[in-house]
Design a binder for this molecule. Structure first.
Ligand SMILES: Cc1cc2nc3c(=O)[nH]c(=O)nc-3n(C[C@H](O)[C@H](O)[C@H](O)COP(=O)(O)OP(=O)(O)OC[C@H]3O[C@@H](n4cnc5c(N)ncnc54)[C@H](O)[C@@H]3O)c2cc1C
Length: 461
């Protein structure tokens, strides 16, 4: 029996159409087939739960997505550091230990990027789409959903959640929405980069020749800086309130903080001596490959809201980019998240409706990895509910648990966060080791892995 012919079916209206859910089949509904929704569906399927995954693309696109693929990456192609002694490295390790689909896709699609895990975005999302569509436990429905289903579900509609779904959530939690602005960086055609003006190197020699570096003299930097400050920007009113996420700050907003701020940020020259002179340039713009063929490069840290013709004019002042062809220009987007400390429990369910789970960026975490992690946890908790089992709390000592602690901890002005060791509970490393940062990190990592392993064992089915 199809859901549409099921007499027990329950209806909900979307902006344009009416969705009919099947009540008789024990299916978990997941809305949003991005990083979090795909991971949640995968985790539920691993636990033997039947899933219906609603994704509105390609029928209804968003401002940032370009394809109809599941798990599409909207901006950078990097999953950040692989170093296990870094917080993103630890979060990746935990995801891998839990058989994360997103991590499998990243491994298969990886491209050289020094110490970072970067991917070919097309191969990455195609892998996720094939894995999800081919999974016998998961049914993908290409529809927008504009209301909360009256049954167990996961909302993973992301930072670009449609107005209808945002309205439905807002009606329930009644505290209005929080948001900030995110910007994306341009991508340049490799053939248009002047190889005579740039050099290949990774910072401190870690990871071979993966990055292209565009070196600047003091004079070149001065001219570029002045042009950046006076360039014409897209006018986003609320931007003036500085509601931007620090980790994804537009390059021209960062430049306003001082003449040398960029030289300590995305244009940092340290660890990148020029191979001809052995000297560090005054400033460097780094370009990271977008794919294994190295036909396209992402301008690292150059997310921007400059108008497109201005991006051409100003970024072509960068040595090596005089004739650059921009395959994608940078742009700026609104980013929706909820006031999670007031609205969700530590199992990611809504306080007002414990059978509705939130996952991904909308929970108030920030980043690909973090959104995936919140998908994984929502998938585990919702699966347990479907089996009528009690939730098992994620240990706060783990990277996953520390993110949950951040988004559920009551504070005055809640702000989204990337994973970082500052979110973890302190650890005792004895008097001799208390000043040794590496020892502290190592102990935190060991504690996290041990506790995560135990958690996974308890929640495997
Ligand atoms: C412009 C922009 C740039 C970003 N750049 C980066 C970056 O470079 N690095 C980084 O780590 N993080 C970045 N982020 C932050 C964030 O990590 C990503 O947005 C990430 O994809 C979030 O994962 P998600 O699963 O929560 O949302 P998404 O991956 O966006 O998935 C949500 C899905 O839900 C679908 N959807 C939305 N509403 C509905 C509906 N009503 N019905 C059905 N389907 C719906 C969407 O089509 C989408 O496929 C960026 C965010 C934005 C907005």
């Amino acid at each position: 029996m199809t859901p549409e012919t099921n007499p027990d079916a329950q209806e909900t209206r979307t902006g344009r159409s009416r969705i009919v859910y099947s009540m008789s089949m024990k299916e978990l509904i997941i809305i949003g087939g991005g990083l979090a929704g795909s991971e949640a569906a995968w985790q539920a399927a691993l636990r033997g739960i039947k899933v219906v995954l609603y994704e509105m693309r390609p029928k209804r696109p968003t401002e940032a997505h370009k394809t109809g693929l599941l798990g599409e990456l909207v901006c950078s192609n990097s999953f950040r550091s692989q170093d296990i002694l870094s917080a993103p490295g630890l979060l990746k390790k935990e995801l891998q230990m839990a058989d994360s689909l997103v991590m499998k896709a990243a491994e298969i699609s990886r491209v050289p990027a020094g110490n970072a895990l970067a991917v070919d975005r097309a191969v990455f999302s195609e892998f996720i789409t094939t894995a999800i569509s081919g999974n016998p436990h998961i049914r993908v429905v290409r529809e927008e959903v504009g209301e909360l289903p009256e049954r167990c579900c996961i909302i993973a509609t992301g930072p670009l959640t449609t107005d209808s779904m945002a309205g439905a959530l807002g009606k329930l939690i009644g505290q209005g929405y929080l948001f900030f602005y995110d910007a994306i960086a341009p991508i340049v055609d490799a053939d248009s980069i002047d190889s005579g003006k740039v050099y290949f190197a990774s910072r401190y020699g870690k990871g071979g020749d993966d990055y292209i570096n565009c070196p600047m003299t003091k004079e070149e930097y001065g001219a570029f800086y002045a042009a950046l400050l006076e360039a014409d920007k897209v006018n986003v009113k609320e931007f003036e309130d500085e509601r931007v996420f620090e980790g994804c700050m537009p390059v021209e907003v960062m430049a306003l903080r001082g003449r040398d701020t960029l030289r300590f940020g995305p244009m940092k020259p340290v660890g990148l001596p020029h191979p001809k002179t052995g000297l560090e340039p005054h400033a460097v713009v780094q370009l990271r490959p977008e794919n294994n063929e190295k036909t396209a490069y992402n301008m690292v840290g150059f997310q921007t809201r400059l108008k497109w013709p201005e991006q051409k004019r100003v970024f072509r002042m960068i040595p090596g980019l005089r004739d650059a062809d921009f395959l994608r220009f940078g742009s700026v987007h609104r980013n929706t998240f909820i006031n999670s400390p007031l609205s969700i429990e530590t199992d990611l369910s809504l306080k007002m409706r414990r059978d509705v789970y939130l996952a991904g960026q909308i929970t108030g975490v920030e980043g690909y990895l973090e959104s995936t992690a919140m998908g994984l946890i929502a998938g585990i908790h919702a699966s347990r509910r479907m089996r009528e089992k009690e939730p098992i709390e994620v240990p706060v000592t783990t990277a996953h648990g520390s993110l949950i602690r951040h988004i559920t901890f009551r504070c005055k002005a809640f702000q989204p966060s990337n994973i970082n060791f500052g979110l973890f509970p302190a650890i005792d490393c004895g008097t001799s080791g208390s000043r040794d940062k590496n020892l502290k990190k190592r102990l935190m990592v060991e504690r996290a892995i041990q506790d995560w392993e135990a958690y996974l064992k308890r929640t495997v089915r």
